[in-house]
Design a protein around this ligand. Structure first.
Ligand SMILES: *[C@@H]1O[C@H](CO)[C@@H](O)[C@H](O)[C@H]1NC(C)=O
Ligand SMILES: *[C@@H]1O[C@H](CO)[C@@H](O)[C@H](O)[C@H]1NC(C)=O
Ligand SMILES: *[C@@H]1O[C@H](CO)[C@@H](O)[C@H](O)[C@H]1NC(C)=O
Ligand SMILES: *[C@@H]1O[C@H](CO)[C@@H](O)[C@H](O)[C@H]1NC(C)=O
Length: 504
């Protein structure tokens, strides 16, 4: 007798993984940084030596926080070790910038990098990038502002896996190369809510696995905006709800140089090519010719995506309000955001950050006032009292509330708020059972449905403009499901600034 096998889905386990920080998303979200290791407090703005940032990031398994704010002038490149967390938002005053050269995160596995400015500039090493990643896995960059690379500005090229770049500015690659950067790896890069601005070319240039969602690209030059591969290598990208705005330097279309090796899922990207000083972009229809000749595919690639997918116009509003090292915006980030708001009228490619119109002054960053921290563990006494930790005991690497983050991370996370996402991941395995009687051939095999619930709290700093916006949930911790699968409530956010929803 013919045997029939029915697959039954059975719930066999559940695991809860904490993201790098509340609001960490995408392929790099599971970076662990220096959790479980030691704490290094940066106490001066020296280029090197005890208490310096360079020294802090040179050793593995460290969470780095700051007792000083201001600009750190760096002579040579900063090289980051593996398992390092950099909590730039802990710096007093206007926060931290490095100026004078670039950084390498090659093999900086599990890096968590938040709220810093990496300003390379004309004094940096010729032929080098402001940020380079040539090898390594599982890294996340959040609210970073990186400008003035001499080769590329933010470049990922090589055996690199699972990186997220979110809420960040990649701007003004210096002439003569003037590049946003390569994002080239088969190991996956997620790019969410970033601003690419004023680079002649590579805004970015993508090859391999890429998720490009809710970004803004402004005033790319003649070299290209989103360059779709231009290579023999195979690429698979989701390009969803981004806004492309031409500026004075722009002479080519938003997407160029795609070919039969580049497979793109595209959805409701906006394009404003007319440089008329009015934001009047429209949706770029999903044809291959509109996307530089790439192959348009019907279904989204199943990469982890954002908890709160915005329309491109709402993403533009959000990005301009929140992108970069935004706890305090420095003059450069303000300048760049204001450029976008001319909607095509202003912008330029630059070769010297110290000359007009940028006229960068590294000493303008306000260092602020050092707080009182009796035990020297990096958390101010006032915050320790509020958190219920002991201001007289070095306990910043402990986890008093048991939420998986150290006390130091809890404090740092509380300084910047933003999106908070709690994800419970349930795993399922398939159990095979032999049917006692053969089902009729027309019967569909019924499987036991396993429900994976993701509860998500989304907090926005301001309600998006416009009447309403449909929210999407991230179901099962991966993938994408339309709002129709979400229940209680089917939320719009015309006036609320915080809301919960569930997806089944
Ligand atoms: C506090 O303890 C951590 C390890 O838990 C250590 O790395 C750090 O250096 C200590 N800080 C001080 C000021 O001793
Ligand atoms: C930092 O640099 C200053 C000025 O060069 C120097 O006097 C000081 O000793 C340095 N601090 C440390 C900890 O090396
Ligand atoms: C990248 O992330 C995926 C999904 O979490 C995982 O399966 C894979 O092992 C990761 N790769 C590396 C090199 O960490
Ligand atoms: C970017 O490079 C171009 C060429 O250098 C340069 O003219 C421009 O000023 C830089 N910015 C842009 C967007 O090009």
């Amino acid at each position: 007798m013919k045997r029939f096998v029915i697959a039954l889905a059975a719930l066999t386990g559940s695991a809860s993984a904490i993201p790098a920080f509340p609001g960490a998303e995408g392929m790099g979200a599971q970076a662990t940084g220096g959790r479980g290791g030691t704490h290094y407090l940066v106490t001066n703005l020296n280029d090197s030596g005890a208490g310096s940032l360079r020294d802090a990031v040179s050793g593995s398994n460290r969470i780095v926080s700051f007792a000083v704010g201001g600009t750190i002038n760096i002579d040579s490149r900063i090289v980051v070790a593996s398992h390092v967390t950099i909590l730039g938002q802990t710096a007093p005053g206007d926060g931290i910038a490095t100026y004078g050269n670039g950084w390498s995160f090659s093999n900086a596995n599990h890096a968590i990098v938040r709220y810093i400015r990496i300003r390379m500039g004309k004094g940096g090493d010729s032929g080098k990038d402001a940020i380079t990643i040539a090898d390594g896995d599982t890294m996340i960059f959040d609210h970073v502002s990186v400008t003035w690379g001499r080769d590329e500005t933010f470049s990922i090229n090589g055996a690199v896996n699972n990186v997220t770049i979110q809420n960040s500015i990649v701007g003004q690659g210096l002439e003569t190369h003037s590049c946003g950067g390569l994002i080239q790896t088969d190991g996956g890069v997620s790019m969410f809510r970033n601003l690419y601005i004023d680079n002649k070319t590579r805004n970015p240039k993508v090859k391999g696995i890429n998720e490009f969602t809710n970004n803004v690209v402004y005033n790319w030059g003649g070299g290209g905006g989103y360059i779709a591969g231009d290579s023999d290598g195979l690429s698979y990208a989701n390009i969803v709800n981004n806004y492309f705005i031409s500026g004075p330097s722009t002479s080519v279309t938003a997407f160029t140089r795609g070919n039969a090796n580049f497979f793109g899922y595209v959805h409701d990207n906006y394009y404003d090519p007319n440089q008329n000083g009015v934001l009047d972009g429209t949706i770029l229809g999903p044809s291959s010719s509109n996307y530089g000749g790439m192959v348009i595919v019907a279904n989204r690639f199943d990469y982890p995506t954002v908890a709160n997918l915005m329309t491109a116009p709402n993403a533009l509003t959000y990005v301009l309000a929140n992108v970069g090292c935004s706890k305090v915006r420095d003059a450069t980030d303000k300048f760049l955001v204001a450029r976008v708001q001319t909607w095509g009228k202003s912008g330029e490619l630059i070769s010297d950050e110290t000359a007009s119109p940028v006229s960068y002054n590294p000493s303008a960053l306000n260092g602020g006032t050092k707080w009182v921290d009796t035990d020297g563990d990096g958390i101010p006494d006032s915050a320790e009292l509020a958190m219920g930790t002991d201001p007289n005991v070095n306990d910043s690497m402990q986890d008093k509330n048991g939420n998986g983050y150290t006390n130091l991370e809890d404090w740092a996370n509380s300084l910047v708020g933003g999106t908070s996402v709690v994800t419970t991941t349930t795993t399922t395995t398939l159990k095979t059972t032999t049917a006692s009687t053969p089902p009729p051939s027309t019967t569909t095999i019924t499987t036991t449905k396993t429900t994976t619930t993701t509860t998500t709290k989304v907090t926005t700093t301001a309600a998006p403009t416009g009447a309403s916006q449909t929210l999407y949930g991230q179901c099962g911790g991966i993938g994408y499901t339309g709002a129709s699968n979400c229940v209680s409530p089917a939320t719009t956010c015309s006036s609320l600034n915080a809301y919960y929803f569930q997806c089944l």
